[in-house]
Write a protein that binds this ligand. Structure first.
Ligand SMILES: Cc1ncc(COP(=O)(O)O)c(C=O)c1O
Length: 442
């Protein structure tokens, strides 16, 4: 029989409530928990809390558990590596797993020239490395990034981020020289134009306005761009956006840095989301899904660009042997079917959400690629007034019914389950999401 969510206590249950009280005393209050889930164990797309309630997880721990929670082969790879070598530090020593994983990632990177890989522990560290390498290589001081972008929270990555002011408040001054520009958010075009009639004017504006007035293009090191904006609302740009932007960058010797931290590792139905757009970036930042939940970040760069000298950048823990082995097994599983499954199940999920859109006026936009899918909620389809409160209430209502969802942007809900999700689990998700939406919006 197919598994269904099972809620056996009020939420939070007694054990969860106790732990949350303790958390309030001892854990940093800077975290943003949407609902009182206290996870105990996970398997595939299922998470059990400390009171024995079973939830269907369409968050995958923020798009991280690519192979599902605790995939037995990943767990075995971790155990076996842990028994052999836990740490040696790739900064000062060689070890097999880091070298072999670098070779594997280099072979996967969708461009023809040579590639090299830098390892860190997180998405922010991968972006931070790209930021430093772009400066090191070009000797240029300026950079471009996008409104709505999320690149991480360390000072360099945060400077590139333009997602929510709360992430920046009281942290200024940040790294100087970064200019943010509007992303191709066609549902709410910042220029009030319509695709395709607009002819992707948002890219042309960069040359016509920005490069003529405030930013000398020959002083720009890199453009940092998410192939599909993640935290900003799972925003899929039109097909020619990246190609045009890339051409503009190349005209002025500006590096193209793809932040694939959320969109990479099979999530969109291709190994890297930039493959949907036919562009070969010079650098690609990876993390999240790369090691099924073990901490790992990687910067893959063209080998003629990653030429910084010994000592110029490094990390004690980056490329830890256990994380590298988890990544090798994750990639193996992705290649053996999970990327394909993300494409197939993603289409199924999208079809289901579009059907629901016919029933619920508040579902203004349904968008995504593969299993990187979002619904943008509005008060009114005509005015597109953002339904921020409804968004939060729907997420809470779904939680109470045993479905884990996360928001993105200010009024969207993302659906980013593990890439091994099946159509029955998607049906269950759609049914609970539909009920929760009806309950909240009537
Ligand atoms: C596109 C993107 N880049 C970078 C990051 C930062 O990753 P981390 O939280 O692992 O530092 C995130 C995290 O959500 C992300 O979505």
């Amino acid at each position: 029989m197919e598994r269904l969510p099972k809620i056996r206590t009020p939420l939070p249950g007694p054990r969860a409530a106790k732990l949350i009280e303790l958390d309030k005393t001892y854990v940093s209050p800077s975290y943003t928990r949407s609902y009182p889930l206290v996870a105990e164990k996970g398997s595939g797309v299922w998470v059990e809390d400390v009171d024995g309630n079973a939830f269907l997880d369409f968050t995958a721990g923020i798009a991280v558990c690519a192979t599902g929670h605790c995939h037995p082969e990943v767990v075995e790879a971790i155990k076996s590596q842990a028994a052999k070598l836990l740490h040696m530090s790739g900064t000062d020593f060689y070890y097999t797993s880091q070298i072999v994983l670098a070779e594997k990632l280099a072979s996967l990177a969708p461009w023809n020239s040579g590639k090299r890989v830098y390892f860190g522990n997180s998405g922010a560290e991968a972006v931070e490395a790209a930021f430093k390498l772009a400066r090191w290589y070009t000797k240029r001081e300026l950079n471009l990034a996008f409104f709505g972008a999320f690149h991480g929270r360390t000072m360099g990555a945060l400077s590139l981020t333009a997602s929510k002011t709360i992430q920046k408040r009281h942290y200024n001054p940040l790294v100087p020289g970064i200019t943010h520009i509007p992303y191709a958010y066609c549902y709410r075009c910042p220029y009030n134009l319509r695709y395709p009639g607009c002819d992707v004017a948002c890219v042309q504006w960069i040359e016509d306005a920005l490069f003529r007035t405030t930013m000398p293009p020959e002083e720009i090191a890199a453009i940092f761009v998410e192939p599909i904006q993640g935290e900003g609302g799972y925003i899929v740009p039109p097909p020619e956006f990246h190609e045009r932007l890339y051409k503009t960058a190349k005209k002025y010797g500006i590096l193209y840095v793809a932040d694939e931290v959320q969109s990479g590792m099979g999530r969109t139905g291709k190994m890297f989301a930039m493959e949907h757009f036919g562009v070969e970036p010079e650098m690609m930042a990876l993390a999240k899904g790369i090691a099924s939940g073990m901490p790992l970040g990687a910067l893959v760069a063209r080998s003629d660009i990653m030429v910084w000298e010994a000592g110029s950048h490094a990390s004690t823990f980056g490329g830890n042997p256990v994380s590298c082995q988890a990544a090798m097994k994750t990639i193996d599983l992705l290649e053996k079917g999970l990327v394909k499954n993300a494409q197939i199940q993603g289409e199924y999920l999208m079809r289901g959400l579009r059907e629901l859109q016919g029933e619920h006026e508040c579902m203004g936009d349904v968008r995504g690629k593969g299993l990187m899918v979002a619904v943008e909620l509005v008060k009114d389809r005509e005015t597109k007034e953002p339904a921020c409160k409804w968004r939060n209430e729907i997420i809470t209502a779904a939680f109470k019914k045993g479905l884990l969802l996360l928001g993105c942007g200010e009024n969207s809900i993302r659906f980013c389950p593990a890439l091994m999700v099946n159509s029955h689990e998607i049906d269950t998700c759609l049914s609970i999401f539909g009920e929760a939406t009806k309950e909240v919006t009537g």
